[in-house]
Write a protein that binds this ligand. Structure first.
Ligand SMILES: [Zn+2]
Length: 257
């Protein structure tokens, strides 16, 4: 995790963006000992007062507990977690060539799934971030947000996630319409799964209308086969192109609340 954090920070430094670390401690779900968590906030056009947040998680769960053969084997989380990180790392290369309507923050959450047993607590990073935003409002305001999670499946199917539709209909609609206009057919304008993910804290605690792009049809979810082999650069690039285009056309009324 430490190595990954260093790699991410070194990468984004090259693009002249502002990088902040948001550190906090949680109790380890098995021992109760403090575990240091660190969210990363990477800001493009940092002085813009109205901003869009694109978020992912950069931790992953300790074990591939849905693996039938090796539920205590190694877990890479190439799609579940790392795909969002890879997406934002690549998008950074293109931020200078587009004109986003708002300032843009890439936020990478820690502690999305420090989960050993299914009833352990999820979403430490996003909940911390959302409470920080609610309780210590910064000078700028987040107009809306997008969470990207599991966006690199070779067979990419991005249905509209049900909680996103309920809590952030305009953001969700605008993103899927952008994809439709670009003829990126992996974004399917139909609701399918209801997923609890980092967007819940963003909507319910921070009050930032936030949608979740998530491919919940991924066959290697929480197994040892969630590796780069099961992922596709072409899938990632489709999501990246849609997001870059969408950043230039975020509906203006979202900023008017
Ligand atoms: Zn997961």
């Amino acid at each position: 995790m430490l190595k990954q954090r260093t790699m991410i920070i070194d990468h984004f430094r090259k693009f002249g963006c502002e990088i902040r670390a948001q550190a906090f401690d949680v109790a380890h779900p098995q021992t109760g000992a403090p575990v240091r968590m660190t969210n990363l906030v990477i800001s493009f056009d940092p002085t813009a007062q109205e901003r869009v947040v694109l978020a992912c998680h950069y931790d992953t769960r300790p074990f591939p507990d849905r693996d039938r053969v090796r539920p205590r084997g190694p877990f890479i989380g190439a799609n579940d977690g790392a795909s969002g990180v890879a997406l934002f790392m690549e998008m950074a290369h293109h931020m200078k060539t587009i004109r986003p309507r708002y300032g843009v923050d890439f936020v990478m959450f820690d502690g999305e799934e420090l989960v050993y047993r299914d009833f352990d607590k999820y979403f430490y990073g996003s909940e911390y971030f959302a409470r920080w935003y609610r309780d210590n409002p910064p000078e700028y305001k987040y107009v809306c947000g997008v969470v990207a999670d599991m966006v690199a499946d070779k067979n990419l199917n991005l249905f509209i996630e049900k909680n996103s539709w309920k809590m952030a209909p305009k953001v969700t609609q605008s993103l899927w319409v952008t994809a439709r206009n670009m003829q990126v057919k992996e974004f399917i304008y139909r609701q399918k799964y209801e997923v609890r993910d980092d967007h819940l804290a963003m909507n319910q605690i921070a009050g930032i209308p936030t949608t979740d792009i998530i491919d919940f049809d991924y066959p290697y979810w929480h197994t040892t086969r969630d590796t780069a082999r099961s992922c596709s650069a072409s899938s990632l690039s489709k999501v990246g192109r849609v997001l870059l285009q969408w950043l230039t056309e975020v509906p203006i009324e979202l900023g008017e609340k």
